[in-house]
Design a protein. Structure first.
Length: 499
């Protein structure tokens, strides 16, 4: 009895949790704001279709590729210290991104943001697992962190939309600066330092291999979407998969591996990671498309687009905060499986969206999708962190962040590329010059620009064709997402029951 009481957190620990949510807000804001700002960035910097995708997802790629390395480094130098160093670097990189003068510079600074963001995520969760030793309190704490991540996706479009209405697009990146400043002041006062006494040595080669494996595979997928099946794309994917295999082999042979593969022997650990990856894969892939859809198909301003995406983010908040309450009466596996099927139903609703008058359908489908995925993200994260030994909390936390970050980056790349491929096959009306037709096929923003400069009948017909092609891409993405979630729900129920 006394042991249980001693393990329960008090006011200081809950105040520390309030500080820990700030890094997660930074990371979630950075994932959502570029989606909303992309049309304005396209007008100012004129990136190609491939560069537009890189601007959005290079952050997630490098964040996902660097998480394990930064988690291990945090175990060595101290998780609070890693949070403070990462926050300072994140603030500096945000300023550089805000004042980028071309697409290449913006992509490079977003890459720096990804590396800096990787220092924040694993330390936040591992510190939460350290602070909250009571299992129920830990589940609640993780639910709050997940809810705050979703809160960042809700606040980001609203705040970003307002900023885009009044300032240049670069101002959206400056949002991170005051959040970083607050964390750097309060963090040392409320967060305890935690360092593993038996922290393993770093292996720089493994760290490089993990990043190379992710980036080369994604580059190959992008190459397929932009140029079709070609030698460059095939070679890139083969190289990436080869490096991934060599990475796994190296981890098996090292005395101090960057990733301890023994963690994956736990069915609960492995299944939860896979479910996290596929759930966030479809969520981010569709959200990337919807942010542009609201502005370029429905013609909403950035602020109004942000307002219409807020209900979906609220769905994640409600679902993730209700999860600890639901599992008191319903087994966690049933809660997760039911949530996945609910989200699949929401994606089916999105297949009914039309360019004219489909806004209510889009909002309803998005809310259902998010409400179903909220409990999944909380409970699978708790399963990953809770199933790992205490001396591997940092590594488990890093993996629990790597899976959704990698899933989100892959979702944007794969599903975004699918939408781009469908859109590029649009029918161009007669009378549109060849060069203008190529511009219209590259992006919907380009088609809108060409339509505005074309004679009225041709411009109207071109705009209708472009929006119809973009909608067709959304329908296919939503259909693929439905199938992914149904299969994931079935496999999760089967494997969790066996374990």
């Amino acid at each position: 009895m006394n042991t249980d009481t001693a393990s329960r957190a008090g006011r200081r620990q809950w105040a520390g949790l309030a500080v820990l949510v700030l890094p997660t807000l930074l990371a979630s804001l950075e994932l959502t704001l570029p989606n909303l700002a992309l049309p304005a960035i396209s007008q100012d910097l004129s990136p190609s279709a491939a560069q537009s995708l890189w601007i959005v997802d290079i952050y997630g790629f490098l964040l996902a590729g660097s998480l394990i390395t930064m988690g291990t480094l945090g175990d060595r130098i101290g998780r609070r210290r890693m949070l403070l160093i990462g926050s300072a670097a994140f603030g500096l990189a945000s300023v550089l991104a805000a004042y980028s003068v071309n697409a290449e510079m913006l992509i490079a600074t977003r890459a720096l943001l990804g590396i800096a963001g990787a220092t924040l995520m694993p330390s936040s969760l591992s510190l939460a697992a350290t602070i909250f030793r009571d299992p129920r309190q830990r589940t609640v704490a993780i639910g709050i962190i997940i809810a705050c991540v979703a809160g960042g996706t809700a606040i980001g479009p609203l705040l970003g939309g307002w900023i885009l209405q009044h300032f240049r697009w670069g101002a959206v990146f400056l949002i991170a600066v005051p959040v970083t400043a607050v964390f750097l002041v309060i963090g040392p006062l409320l967060l305890p330092e935690h360092r593993e006494t038996r922290a393993r040595k770093m292996d720089p080669l493994s760290a490089v291999m993990s990043v190379v494996a992710v980036l080369t595979v994604i580059y190959g997928l992008k190459s397929f979407a932009e140029h079709g099946l070609g030698v460059a794309g095939v070679v890139s994917i083969v190289v990436g998969l080869t490096v991934a295999v060599l990475f796994v082999w190296r981890q098996r042979t090292l005395a101090h591996p960057l990733m301890d593969l023994r963690l994956f022997r736990s069915p609960s650990f492995s299944v939860s990671l896979a479910t996290l990856l596929f759930g966030v894969f479809v969520l981010f892939g569709v959200n990337f498309y919807l942010a542009q859809y609201l502005q370029l198909v429905f013609g909403l301003s950035p602020l109004h687009a942000g307002l219409w995406t807020a209900p979906a983010a609220c769905g994640v908040i409600v679902g993730s905060t209700l999860a600890p309450v639901l599992v008191r009466r319903v087994p966690p596996g049933m809660v997760v499986g039911t949530g996945l099927l609910l989200s699949a139903a929401g994606f089916l609703v999105l297949t009914q969206v039309t360019p004219a008058g489909g806004l209510p359908v889009l909002v309803i489908g998005s809310v259902v999708v998010s409400a179903g995925l909220g409990p999944m993200m909380t409970l699978t994260t708790d399963m990953v962190v809770g199933s790992a030994p205490a001396d591997r909390a940092g590594e488990a936390s890093a993996l629990s962040e790597t899976a959704p970050e990698l899933g989100g980056a892959l979702g944007i790349a794969v599903l975004g590329s699918v939408g781009t491929a469908i859109y590029s096959g649009m029918d161009i009306p007669p009378g549109v010059p060849a060069e203008a037709a190529e511009t219209a096929r590259s992006t919907l923003s380009g088609a809108i620009s060409v339509a505005a400069q074309s004679p009225a009948p041709i411009g109207v017909e071109l705009l209708a064709a472009a929006r119809a092609a973009f909608t067709e891409g959304l329908h296919l993405i939503a259909g693929i997402s439905t199938a992914v979630l149904v299969i994931t729900a079935a496999l999760f129920a089967l494997l969790v029951r066996r374990s």
